[in-house]
Design a protein. Structure first.
Length: 253
């Protein structure tokens, strides 16, 4: 299992919900943090909590619907002179639930793809280039298990696209110490999931972060949080490495 103590993780959507929990979990394991919110001020609370746990932490701000802000955020992170070892792309948006789904506007797709697909892939490509230089990296992109719901077409399509490009990219790094995977937190009671979701957001831990700790040089897994519910981190890593299959491009995986 990877020891993340002293390493640096970049976590998006860290001001609340699943991203917040991932940030605190990583801090408790000694990992330094760069935390993204729509504004840096949104992450002040979690930065303070992380520092109280004995790690270094910085906040950065970017509205992911504005890709120019994403580019500036990445430049601001580079200016810190920090080697980012781990990326947890957690931020996302569910733009609408369309009961009258045959009238779904094009804007649902435009907004969803910018925030849920393009921005996380800009981040992935940016840090992956640097990870290739150091020979180490962990990238975990957050997906969704939504199926058969045209009412959420913009959201589900953008997440399906993120799955596809992430898993195809992962195939290029399988067998190296740069591990690229996806995770599905499940339907949780967060601002995105809503108050009627069946799962407490705490149930997403350790599943959404296990991809940062695996150490078997395999990429292309869906590390869905439901597979690790109630486990310790050590148990979750063992299960991930021994039981979760690697994507091969075959239908059904």
């Amino acid at each position: 299992m990877v020891d993340v103590k002293g390493r640096w993780a970049f976590i998006t959507g860290a001001a609340r919900g699943i991203g917040y929990r991932a940030a605190i979990f990583m801090a408790k394991h000694g990992c330094n943090l760069i935390l993204q919110g729509r504004t840096a001020a949104h992450c002040e609370k979690v930065v303070a909590e992380a520092k109280a746990l004995g790690v270094q932490a910085y906040a950065v701000g970017a509205e992911f619907s504005d890709l120019a802000q994403v580019e500036k955020m990445l430049a601001d992170i580079d200016a810190l002179g920090i080697t980012v070892d781990i990326v947890l792309n957690n931020a996302g948006i569910q733009v609408a639930y369309r009961t009258e789904y045959l009238t779904t506007p094009a804007s649902d797709y435009e907004e969803s793809f910018k925030i849920n697909t393009i921005a996380p892939m800009m981040i992935t490509y940016h840090f992956l280039s640097k990870m290739k230089e150091t020979g180490f990296g962990r990238i975990v992109n957050t997906t969704s298990g939504i199926r058969l719901e045209p009412e959420q077409a913009g959201y589900s399509a953008s997440k399906a696209a993120l799955d596809k490009v992430t898993m195809d990219l992962a195939s290029k790094f399988n067998g190296t110490d740069i591990c690229i995977n996806i995770t599905d937190p499940g339907w949780c009671r967060t601002d995105l999931g809503g108050s009627h979701a069946p799962n407490d957001p705490d149930s997403a831990i350790p599943g959404v972060v296990v991809g940062a700790f695996i150490d078997d040089k395999k990429s292309g897994r869906n590390l869905a949080a439901c597979n690790f519910y109630g486990m310790t981190l050590e148990e979750a890593v063992i299960k991930a490495e021994n039981e979760i299959p690697v994507y091969t491009g075959s239908i059904g995986l």
